[in-house]
Ligand binder design. Structure first.
Ligand code: GLC
Length: 550
């Protein structure tokens, strides 16, 4: 495969509201990020993806943009942004912006014009439809509960919103809309940004017959079968690439809900000239039950491993993968895939090992590098996330058992990943001098950056070390991958190799000590492990991780 910087680098993802507040208003901001650039750099990171920082009414914390060319004043405005970019480039850090182009805010000028009337030049920037006998045009569901159609009594029509009603979907069929988006891209590219993460990009081409889903279709099914991979998606992405992206040396990663092993390659096939990477969710929606996210099932480990093998094989020699285990939309990785109680330390390091030894560009979400955990707020009133709050309301309307639902919220809410970053054990975890917009996790006294900074055995220093190992070994970047024991119910054992080197990675994804003859590997050296033990031996301790090579 063609070698390039974004395949060889590692991305750190920042959720700016929760990263570091410099102004003392309880909300993270750009000067806060600038303060911590050296910290990020010390991890060995070379790209930073920052979630949306644009002007926004914040119905969905910035994923509802009211001006694509303005950085929110709350975050420091465009001036702070320019300084951030300069400070990042000074440190050889690349900046990946978040582009939200499937929808805008309903407070964007385009939508305000659009709803004025059918002859307004902006009317066709969105999808307006007549209902069917006082009912919405079809049974599409919003990802954030309820119908995906909102009635407008002025126009006597509905508009489409696949997310909240304050996030109307943009009509990409209209070439003027696409040109607006390309202009926005050019605006930021000409400032020198290094790439884009494209929000729900798999949804931008709509099925224009607007088919109703069969009765009983769940939301995840609707997303996969109807919203994603629409008829013109690849035409649009090729156009965007040709008109804009191909003119710059930048990196792109498309968020791809509903993208799977049948549809993923086209987005990233290097011959197709669309995007560099996609985020698929085959491993992150693995525990969604019949009623979706808030109806979680236990994780099937064999299936979990298979997702990585399948995608590696599927993209091999054709397109590049993105490797991530969580982000601002999912719970904390150590709580979800590890053990955040007795084995938090070991399991967080094991997950770091997995992230850094698979083929594809690794993404580290803020706070995972110190093993931050899920939060358990005592009631719904503490939650901010619109998805959680809407799902709660819906569950109440359906007379669900709300004690059980609260447990599901503890497990699955997006706010798990959005609690303020825990910098030290001072008030508000050193995140802000005043009350944060979302309560800090109470465990900040024992889990924080300051405590781990100089401790050689900390999760943080393990991240630094495993990242260093990854960057120094191109075998771990480009080498082949093979799962050596796909049916093993507790261990993930795989090989990475090329002409120069071979690595064997052994990960114990369980609370049990597992017999496993490591003496077979005695011709190899132990490169890193998360226990202080001899290089070989007969067993793997709970959540033990080992990387061997020769
Ligand atoms: C993406 C974002 C998520 C947001 C949604 C709507 O999934 O990651 O945070 O709520 O799109 O923009």
């Amino acid at each position: 495969m063609k070698k390039t910087w974004w395949k060889e680098g590692i991305v750190y993802q920042i959720y700016p509201r929760s990263f570091k507040d410099s102004s003392g208003n309880g909300i993270g901001d750009i000067y806060g990020i600038i303060e911590k650039l050296d910290y990020i750099k010390s991890l060995g990171i070379n790209m930073i993806w920052i979630c949306p920082m644009y002007s926004s009414p914040n119905e969905d914390n910035g994923y509802d943009i009211s001006d694509y060319r303005k950085i929110s004043e709350e975050f420091g405005g465009n001036k702070a942004f320019d300084i951030l970019l300069k400070e990042m480039h000074k440190r050889d850090l690349k900046l990946i912006m978040d582009l939200v182009s499937n929808h805008s805010s309903d407070e964007h000028k385009w939508f305000e014009e659009s709803k004025k009337g059918e002859d307004n030049p902006y009317h066709d920037y969105y999808f307006w439809k007549k209902g069917k006998s006082n009912k919405p045009p079809n049974n599409w569901l919003s990802v954030f509960s309820g119908s995906a159609w909102q009635w407008d009594s002025n126009l006597n029509k509905y508009y489409l919103h696949l997310f909240t009603k304050k996030q109307p979907d943009l009509n990409w069929e209209n070439p003027r809309v696409r040109d607006e988006i390309y202009d926005v891209l050019n605006f930021w590219l000409s400032k020198g940004v290094d790439g884009f993460r494209m929000d729900v990009i798999s949804f931008v081409s709509k099925r224009l017959d607007f088919p109703s889903a069969k009765k009983g279709t769940s939301l995840p099914q609707m997303m996969g079968n109807i919203y994603a991979n629409g008829p013109r998606i690849h035409e649009f992405l090729k156009e965007m690439n040709k008109k804009v992206l191909s003119k710059y040396d930048v990196v792109t990663v498309g968020e791809g809900p509903g993208v799977n092993l049948k549809t993923g390659l086209k987005y990233v096939d290097e011959n197709e000239q669309e995007l560099n990477m996609v985020f698929h969710f085959d491993h992150l929606q693995i525990d969604y039950g019949p009623e979706g996210k808030f109806d979680p099932l236990p994780i099937d480990f064999i299936k979990f491993k298979k997702v990585f093998s399948d995608w590696d094989l599927y993209l091999k020699n054709k397109g590049w993968n993105s490797i991530f285990l969580g982000n601002h939309d999912f719970s904390r990785i150590v709580s979800r895939f590890g053990n955040d109680q007795k084995h938090r330390n070991e399991s967080a390091k094991l997950l770091a090992t997995l992230l850094m030894t698979l083929r594809g560009t690794p993404y580290v979400y803020q706070g995972d590098e110190i093993g931050m955990t899920n939060v358990k707020y005592p009631s719904i009133d503490y939650y901010d996330d619109v998805e959680t709050r809407n799902a709660w309301k819906e569950a109440e309307e359906q007379n669900k058992d709300m004690d059980i639902f609260l447990k599901a919220v503890h497990k699955q809410s997006r706010d798990n990943a959005r609690t303020p970053l825990q910098w030290d054990n001072s008030r508000n975890a050193g995140f802000s001098s005043s009350k944060p917009w979302l309560d800090v996790n109470k465990n900040y006294n024992t889990i924080n950056v300051e405590l781990q900074q100089d401790n050689p055995d900390s999760i943080l220093n393990y991240y630094r070390e495993i990242i260093r190992i990854r960057k120094n070994n191109s075998t771990l970047i480009y080498g082949d991958f093979l799962d050596l024991e796909p049916n093993n119910e507790k261990l993930f054992i795989y090989k990475r190799w090329d002409k120069q080197k071979t690595f064997i990675i052994v990960l114990n994804f369980s609370d049990d000590k597992i017999l496993c003859d490591l003496n077979d590997l005695s011709s190899m050296i132990l490169v890193i492990g998360n226990y202080k033990k001899s290089a070989y031996g007969e067993s793997m301790d709970p959540w033990e991780a080992r990387v061997y090579s020769h």
